[in-house]
Design a binder for this molecule. Structure first.
Ligand code: GLV
Ligand code: MN
Ligand code: MN
Length: 415
């Protein structure tokens, strides 16, 4: 077996091992922030990093770092990695691939070239998905400082557990643990599966991200009146679900009218009391809206939320809107992006510059340091699903480009 095959099979093995943590009966993987499976996954990765000879450190929010110290330890760090958490019933590659590829790349550089000039760190961020608490990027956002530590005292999961309490329960959140905020990062690189179908359709091997779409997430609560389904005439109802259905219809039509790349999704709904012979009294649903332009995104959100309010008023219902996430479109660093492009050209790889409709940890860093992001194809574009799959040859391509980029940044570039 040659060294390239070794490095690639290290990635597939690590993905298998990590992918066995948090597996559910239906085959999906669930590692929600600070849950038991999440703890197991971070502990497993900490062991892997320590065995590989990296200096291992957790910060106060549970981000895990493996450091290969450079010969100039005070020079800004080159950071690479992704997130360990998953959506409910997610796949093996989202987040995990970025961690596995980063580890493999750093270890092979260590083997081949020894100590870098600039320290290299692999990171397994504690949370990116927003699957448990009404916030996302808790890991990378705490490192870059775009999220405030005070959120730990306010954000609650659907069971009413406070973020700060969940963090303490998992062994974090103590003052004696390192502050997550970093000011010593010189560059951040993330490799990720595309989670869309473009690369597979075009046959291109690599996607170089130019911009990550801006995103809004809202929780809408419609308050009507629960009442008897048999005795309440249609003209005398305050049906929260019928109102929510009208809002969702309106949202879909408005999103289609707005055109690409705008996308709008209602992904979760809770109906109370959720009984066949009772008119729904309360409905809560989420709204996720994304676009490349901040102006168009803001305009669209204001317009559709206004229409939701009008629907509620016309039906005599109350509507509460809670903002759960607000992120602007984020450009990647043009110089790093250009370097990725050059590396692809040197290797004769078909690539495309593209936007990311998905949110990523990379977006937390672009205001802090030069940041770049690379995609490899996803089979049938499927992600956030147990069906998520990327062929080993594509995993290897991403690994190869990441390794070259880290080599240039940490070993070759003048200090
Ligand atoms: C995260 O994966 C998102 O884009 O929702
Ligand atoms: Mn991800
Ligand atoms: Mn995801």
């Amino acid at each position: 077996m040659n060294a390239e095959t070794d490095r690639a099979s290290y990635v597939t093995r690590l993905l298998e091992d990590l992918g066995s943590i948090g597996v559910e009966r239906g085959g999906g993987i669930t590692r929600l922030l600070y849950s038991e499976s999440w703890r197991q996954a971070q502990a497993f990765l900490a062991d892997v990093m320590a065995e590989a000879g990296l200096e291992v450190r957790f910060d106060r929010v549970g981000n895990l770092f493996g450091r290969l110290e450079g010969t100039s330890p005070d020079a800004p760090v080159i950071l690479t990695g992704s997130h360990v958490d998953t959506v409910r019933s997610g796949g093996k590659y989202d987040g995990a691939y970025g961690i596995a590829a980063s580890l493999s790349a750093v270890l092979s550089l260590k083997e081949r070239y020894g100590k870098p000039k600039r320290s290299l760190e692999v990171v397994s961020f504690c949370e990116e998905e927003g699957s448990r608490f009404p916030l996302a990027y808790w890991g990378s956002g705490s490192v870059s400082g775009i999220l405030s530590p005070e959120l730990a005292d306010t954000a609650e999961d659907p069971d009413g557990v406070l973020l700060g309490d969940a963090m303490k329960e998992a062994g974090f959140g103590r003052e004696d643990q390192p502050d997550p905020r970093r000011r010593d990062i010189g560059a951040f690189l993330e490799v990720h599966v595309e989670q869309g179908v473009i690369l597979e359709r075009t046959g291109e091997r690599v996607g170089i991200v130019e911009t990550i779409a801006g995103q809004r997430r809202y929780i809408l609560t419609v308050e009507g009146e629960a009442n008897h389904a048999g005795t309440t005439p249609m003209s005398m109802r305050q049906d929260a679900l019928a109102a929510a259905a009208e809002m969702i219809q309106m949202l879909e039509k408005a999103a289609v009218r707005a055109g690409e790349p705008l996308v709008a999704t209602v992904g979760r709904m809770k109906i109370a009391p959720n009984i066949p012979n009772v008119i729904p009294g309360t409905v809560e649903f989420t709204l996720d809206i994304r676009h490349l332009s901040e102006t168009l995104l803001t305009g669209f959100c204001e317009a559709v939320l206004g229409k939701c309010r009008s629907i509620a008023v016309r039906r005599g219902l109350a509507l509460r809107v809670q903002t759960a996430l607000q992120s602007r479109p984020v450009p990647m660093d043009p110089l790093l992006t250009g370097r990725l492009e050059r590396i692809c050209r040197e290797r004769g790889l078909a690539y495309r510059r593209m936007m990311s409709g998905a949110g990523h940890d990379a977006q937390s860093f672009s205001s802090l340091c030069p940041t770049a992001m690379l995609f490899v194809p996803s089979r049938a574009g499927i992600s956030h699903s147990p069906e998520e799959y990327t062929a080993p040859e594509h995993l290897e391509t991403g690994l190869d480009i990441l390794t070259e980029m880290l080599h240039e940044l940490a070993y070759e570039d003048p200090l």
